[in-house]
Design a protein around this ligand. Structure first.
Ligand SMILES: Nc1ncnc2c1ncn2[C@@H]1O[C@H](COP(=O)(O)OP(=O)(O)OP(=O)(O)O)[C@@H](O)[C@H]1O
Ligand SMILES: [Mg+2]
Length: 223
């Protein structure tokens, strides 16, 4: 049996606004084998981003267990877990506008005090098709190029888990297909043990993963 990279048990998340409580995640359970690619679907407002943020330590659940590589999240330094083991890709890229493509890609490595990351950043830039755009700033790139830079940035610290929140949501169909092809290539690369959880609204894209599930009424359902 393959190794389990991520496991969550009975995850619950409530948001309190004034006297009202909104239960977004009621009882989420998930077991993810290493190198798998899970597609996460669900209606708008069903809690997909909330769940991804919890898995990525950007938000805390109210209750439940989270394990990464067989160990509880609480045993990890949260910043190191977020920065080294997990990479993030967002719908709207979240690149820093004042930095160049190369600087954006290197940023998470610098934040982890790894200042000898340039060779890896250059190789990732080449891998995502941006080697001729290294000195461009995000405002000088197309949407697809921004997302390619964001994917290279997400991978700079060689994370074992990539969390992608609607990575093609802002792109036209052809550009989105290019991003999906790139993710599939990276995921298929035997030299990188990369697991992916990707949120999408598109059932056709969801077929490209190894498995897909849907958030309904605060619970994950296999599709
Ligand atoms: N910080 C917050 N405070 C209060 N409510 C919140 C907060 N964050 C999210 N919510 C609520 O939780 C619900 C789930 O939000 P979430 O962003 O996870 O949905 P989603 O499935 O990602 O939706 P979409 O497909 O539109 O991106 C929504 O009803 C939202 O209003
Ligand atoms: Mg969302």
């Amino acid at each position: 049996m393959s190794k389990i990279i991520l496991e969550c048990k009975n995850i619950r998340k409530d948001f309190r606004i004034g006297s009202q409580t909104l239960t977004v995640l009621k009882d989420v359970n998930l077991v993810m084998p290493e190198r798998s690619w899970l597609m996460l679907l669900g209606a708008s407002g069903s809690g997909k981003t909330t769940l991804l943020n919890i898995l990525g330590t950007l938000e805390r659940p109210d209750s439940g267990e989270l394990n990464f590589d067989g160990r509880p999240y609480s045993e990890f330094n949260q910043v190191a877990l977020r920065n080294r083991e997990i990479g993030f890709v967002f719908q709207s890229y979240h690149l820093l506008p004042e930095l160049t493509v190369l600087e954006n890609i290197m940023l998470p490595a610098y934040l982890g005090k790894n200042f000898s990351c340039k060779a890896r950043a250059l190789s990732l830039a080449e891998r995502v098709g941006l080697k001729d755009r290294l000195a461009h700033r995000p405002g000088e790139l197309s949407g697809g190029e921004c997302q390619r830079a964001a994917i290279a940035r997400a991978l700079i610290n060689s994370p074992r888990l990539l969390l992608a929140d609607e990575p093609t949501g802002n792109l036209d169909a052809a550009t989105g297909d290019g991003i999906m092809k790139l993710l599939a290539e990276l995921h298929g690369d035997k030299s990188i043990p990369l697991s992916i959880i990707m949120i999408t609204h598109n059932p056709d894209l969801a077929k490209l993963g190894d498995a897909s599930c849907e958030l309904v009424d605060g619970q994950l359902r296999k599709r």
